[in-house]
Design a protein around this ligand. Sequence first.
Ligand SMILES: *Cc1c(COP(=O)(O)O)cnc(C)c1O
Length: 453
Amino acid sequence: MSDNQQTFTQASGRTASDAGASFSSLALHSGYNPAEHHNSSSVPIYATAAYALRDEEHATQIASFELVDDIYTRISNPTTGILEKRLAALHGVEGAVATSSGLAALSDTILNIAAGGGRILTSYRLYGGTVAAFSNILPDYGIDIDIARNPDDPRSWEEAIRPDTKALLVESVSNPLNAVADLESLAKVAHRHGIVLIVDNTVATPYLLNPFDFGADIVAYSTTKAINGHGNAIGGIVLENGTFDYANNERYPQFSRKAWFFKTRDGRERSVLEIAPNTPFTTRLRAFLVTLLGSSPSPFNSYLTLIGLETLTARLDKELETAQAVARYLDGDPRVGRVYHPDANGYGYQDWARKYLKRSGSTIITFDLDTVEHKRATLDALKLFSLQANLGDSKSLAVDPFVVTHPELTLDELAAAGIHDGAIRLSIGLEEPADLIADLRQALDRVYGPVED
Ligand SMILES: *Cc1c(COP(=O)(O)O)cnc(C)c1O
């Protein structure tokens, strides 16, 4: 029985596999068969560093890639493996590797695609930590960044491609301004030049957008955010759909290069493409980056992420509705400047939000106030919104992108990203919409004085 067939097999032998399972059902069941785990309804936490190998033959089979099994938790772990299978199922793909954080997922992805050095083409609509990796670390290892001047225009990306460009990297829905990327056009540009498209889908979540439907080759997440949804574990994941042809592509010799690491039991060197023709990217990422640089997650965190993922759709259904009410309130309040949200007037990405998102909307709302002082005072006056660097939590959060989430961007980079110094980012949770609106109104009343009727 293959892993996929096992997906929905219950202890009783009942099976719901391949029954056109919906996103919600997959989020609860896929990748886990209780019958294989003492019928435990909740996914067990395999708190173990290593696994008792049955005998030398068992060890040899695993070490020579004849058998997929666990040896050591830095390489793989059953609890983490269920999280990987479940997120893979939610994207309809095979390849998935969980990491210790979202930033580990992104840095491992960049190191894996730009082995030997090269350039990553992106825009400043990027998480601050990702930009900081390019400002402080990656160039020392021969990996440089190029910026598409107008990220909304695919030609601007195409013009910036160079012979050693190794990837286009984009946030599908950007943090903090909710700009939606034109993924289909960017995939066409990338593929025309034999380059992969990497998508950070953290803000959109797999519930609202599956980037593989629009040509993405690699998708990365911070699971810390909405996938977990409870702010209790840092984590990340990298997925691939296995359609990109890395063989015969001179930009990516690392996938065809034979290595002792991938040898047969009689010592014949092989390439990662020989070992895993359908998942070369994530197989190499697990073998070299996660295993050898050590960015594997704790099984405890994988467990917490699995529990959070069970309620992703229910949380988002409510949060998106609440976010719409809050965005409309802010949009109508004369003390508030521009509101960056699909449900606000003047939002510039309506067409792409409709095209790419299964449901137009976002649980984050960023809005401008007129001065830095007013921004600071408003943040301090909030009572129900908690001041936190996180997003996607079931509690509503507020934060200063300039100071807390994107401080790594220089003032020029912040300007290029369109983030103003009076901006506040909200992440909408599960509180009652009226309570959240009342909290924002009392804070603005205190800072600006009440609005005259
Ligand atoms: C938070 C975040 C990251 C980094 O994830 P961590 O889990 O904090 O390491 C990357 N990309 C985006 C869009 C994020 O919001």
